[in-house]
Design a protein around this ligand. Structure first.
Ligand code: C5P
Length: 245
């Protein structure tokens, strides 16, 4: 008999759909593990920069990805510190520049293949919330619940704009929309694991929803599925769910 695999919920979507925050909150509510797969591609892009590897050198990037010395250390406050070669890179990898570089290396088939088993190794008790672009289609095709978050480029750029403004970083909305479109195009048109909903994914339009409404809606789907016995006790706010349906 093959051993029972741990439960997985996948949350995929384009940049700025809120999937990172939603996944973090979901993992916290469920007390499950979290995989931020985008962070792996960001760390690889940073490692490439550090070791002067060109972003189109697929062979060297494959070697770098296979030997990537990275640790994800879960903190008490539910945040994860990311350590690359002994250095804390949690904040550095969040810049737009690294995000763009990540999407360039992520389009290379040898890079994606090298990072596959690393991502699957996050599957652990009592369950995993996996956040990314291809979690439901490629990395965990057998996930019990697959969510795909959507929002227009304008709305996603606006969210990003507000986030950056809060951090005192000045950018123009027009530039952000342009960058997002470029990144979307690269993510959607690449040959391997393009950004798209799995056939059995539940798509949620987040344009007019708050993060809390999206989380509540997903918790509602979790309960409705009855696939995760350990989550049946979860309290759900029906008002938030109704707004998100
Ligand atoms: O989600 P995040 O913005 O951190 O991801 C950075 C980049 O990594 C994305 O633009 C995308 O190109 C790539 N990525 C990917 N597959 C994933 C997660 C991220 O290709 N599962």
């Amino acid at each position: 008999m093959t051993p029972q695999k741990e439960a997985v919920i996948t949350v995929d979507g384009a940049s700025g759909t809120g999937k990172g925050t939603v996944s973090q909150l979901l993992a916290k509510r469920l007390r499950w593990k979290l995989l931020d797969s985008g962070a792996l591609y960001r760390v690889l892009a940073l490692a490439a920069q550090k070791h002067s590897v060109a972003l189109d050198n697929e062979k060297a990037l494959n070697v770098l990805a296979e030997h990537l010395d990275v640790q994800f250390i879960a903190q008490e406050n539910n945040l994860t510190r990311i350590i690359l070669e002994g250095e804390d890179v949690t904040e550095i990898i969040r810049t737009e520049k690294i995000g763009n570089a990540a999407s360039i290396v992520a389009a290379l088939p040898a890079v994606r293949a090298a990072l596959l088993s690393r991502q699957r190794a996050f599957r652990d008790k009592p369950g995993l919330v996996a956040d990314g672009r291809d979690m439901g289609t490629v990395v965990f095709p057998d996930a019990e619940l697959k969510i795909f978050l959507q929002a227009t480029p304008e709305e996603r750029a606006m969210r990003r704009y507000n986030q950056l403004k809060e951090r005192g970083i000045s950018v123009t909305l027009g530039d952000l929309i342009e960058e997002l479109r470029e990144r979307d195009k690269r993510d959607q048109e690449r040959i391997v694991a393009p950004l798209k909903p799995a056939e059995d994914a539940i798509c949620i339009d987040t344009n007019h929803l708050t993060i809390e409404q999206v989380v509540e809606r997903i918790l509602f789907e979790i309960k409705r599925k009855k696939a995760f016995p350990a989550t049946l006790h979860l309290e759900i706010n029906p008002i938030l769910v109704e707004a998100a349906e």
